[in-house]
Design a protein around this ligand. Sequence first.
Ligand code: HEC
Ligand SMILES: [Cu+2]
Length: 487
Amino acid sequence: MISRVHAKIAMAVGVMIFGLISSVAFAGDAGATSGRGSDDFGPPRGAAIEEVLVAPPGVPLPIHRNDPARVIVRLQTREVVKEIADGVRYHFWTFNGSVPGPMIRVRLGDMVELHLQNDPASHMAHNIDLHAVMGPGGGAAVSVTPPGHESVFEFKALRSGLFVYHCATAPVPMHIANGMYGMILVEPTQGLPKADREYYVMQGDFYTTGDYHAPGLQSFDMKKLLLEQPTYVLFNGREGSLTGADALTSKTGDSVRLFVGDGGPNLVSSFHIIGQIFDNVKVEGGTLINHNVQTTLIPSGGASIIEMHTLVPGTFLLVDHSITRAFMQGALGQLVVKGPAASGIYRSISSGPMPAGANRIAMSEAAAKPETNDALGDGKRVFGQICAACHQADGTGLPGAFPPLAMSDFLNADHQRAIGIVLHGLSGKITVNSTGYESVMPVFGTQLSDDEIAHVLTYVLNNFNNQGGTITPADVKAVRAAGAKAP
Ligand code: HEC
Ligand SMILES: [Cu+2]
């Protein structure tokens, strides 16, 4: 009897000492948390808070609370048909109708009360596994929910960081491949440093029976899934979800924080922004901070918190630097930075091959007008980043596959048609400089803005021994409006 009491006291003292040590370690580093248990943050205080969820790439507002709270999160699993690319539809399975599902934002020590409702129109049962949960299946075990029902469970947010959540109903890879993932941010007690802008981006791989850009309603392809050979690799579940009118935006001098995750189901992401360097990367969404990073590896089912400053105006491309995925499978987004030129950091000194004959005049005229010069510079950039992959850096194309843009009679004959080709793609038989081609050019109207299409075509027309000419953003806008396809 005595010895048992003794042991209890010894244990209590042990726990006290341990608690002391761990809280000292914790004060120094918000993430060093070994041994933190459910009572360390105290019970939730105040009235329960309903989490306000917003669609991606939106992020819930930062938390300014000094005490843990009970936070009620309501997610609904929904099976919806939406566009995965222009003219291509897919039967997505989602949390709250979006891919990724909404980002959840709570504070370390909060008690999260998660309501998972399954839309009565669903065909499948769904559940949720949150990587922020300590408990069997991350919640999956207690949240299997048939259509028209609701499951509720609670968990304490014991570790700060950025965590993926996903459906974990069999076959798990299929539920994830159909879009069932999102992220939950557990803020440290002192919060995150202030950022001017925050965005939420999640990569995922998609497997459709049709090829890339094959039009119409596409179904899920189990064989491609098993081979890990996706048709699409996408940010936020749709090609073009972060381009053109939907591009992420910033101003020169602003600090930008990106919450970037990878839902998978299969591919890891080599996340990179062309023309930016990340000041801080919270590696794998945890507490380790790396600085001055070019590309950060995001595991499938993992995340990264990226902080940077946008110093130079222009368009910066978000890519998976396994770069085929960016330019040929859709993993491409844009960050558009507005503001005055930052010529002390970046400026053009001289640019491009000087065109021959009449074009030289066009060029020198252009050089006199700085904005036109910028346009040609931008056209050159777009050409190098996109068109050169197929039409080659010198515009001569590849026999049997890609027609030449250099001295192309087809291109010079009809500028309107050229705009339409870049906007909507091209397939079927064409003849360029007496040679036949029968291949497929992808759609670029989603990932390129009117400005960029105008710039790249003007650049091509005034280079590679073409006949010159100018295409304005208004010209592109008109062709875009005329050719807009019904969904
Ligand atoms: C993924 C490969 C690919 C990329 C990238 C690409 N094209 Fe093409 N392009 C093609 C193919 C293939 C054809 C021919 C299609 C056919 O046979 O019907 C073509 C045809 C054309 C044509 C008409 C034929 C000619 O030679 O004049 C123009 C103009 C053109 N592309 C412009 C562009 C521009 C501008 C870009 C960059 C924004 C671009 N393409 C990017 C593959 C590509
Ligand atoms: Cu599911």
